[in-house]
Design a protein around this ligand. Structure first.
Ligand code: COA
Length: 157
């Protein structure tokens, strides 16, 4: 989809970002203070997608210094705007910024039932590392996925 831009998120946008987080994760929502912390702390990469000035999604990851590991915490696209390549662009932009800042390895956790996210990450070269039993609550397992950023290109040509 054309017409959207990816920009750094600002702390003044916290309310909107939190609203999207609640929409995308009605359970296991990241608390607002945690999102605020992620916006302001210097090792974070917090990017938003915008159309006509309206925020429609975001991605946030943290660089774990000194290990050069980038951990992806959240990737959210408003439900009515999904399947238009917005998450793809957000993830590409995050990986680009990670690489520019010396990250060589990324990791994330995803719900085993989250087919959309699993497909997306697999497309980007993320590999299943291990099963995280009850990670999202009782009988809600997660998967830890990792990617070596120096081996894969994010080009989708
Ligand atoms: C997962 C999510 C971020 C994907 O956002 P999106 O903007 O719709 O993703 P894209 O349009 O860039 O899709 C890229 C690829 O992901 C996969 N994908 C996305 N949505 C999918 C779905 N509903 N079912 C199956 N595969 C899907 C496909 O492989 C897709 O490529 P294709 O459209 O060429 O087939 C979005 O569904 C979302 O916000 N979900 C709720 C929050 C969440 O689960 N975040 C991830 C947490 S780890």
């Amino acid at each position: 989809m054309d017409g959207f831009v990816i920009e750094r998120a600002e702390k003044e946008e916290l309310d909107t970002l939190y609203k999207i987080e609640r929409e995308c994760f009605p359970e296991n929502t990241f608390p607002k203070p945690f999102l605020k912390y992620l916006i302001i702390q210097p090792n974070s990469v917090f990017l938003k997608a915008k159309i006509n000035g309206i925020i429609i999604g975001f991605i946030v990851g943290v660089i774990q210094i000194p290990y050069n590991i980038g951990r992806i915490y959240s990737l959210d696209v408003k439900p009515e705007l999904r399947r238009r390549g917005i998450a793809t662009r957000l993830l590409q932009a995050l990986e680009t910024e990670f690489k520019l800042r010396g990250v060589t390895f990324t990791m994330l956790e995803v719900d085993v039932e989250n087919t959309a996210a699993l497909n997306l990450y697999q497309k980007f070269g993320y590999k299943t590392q291990k099963l995280l039993k009850n990670y999202y609550g009782k009988n809600r397992n997660g998967i830890k996925m990792t990617k070596n950023l120096v081996q894969y290109s994010t080009d989708k040509t």
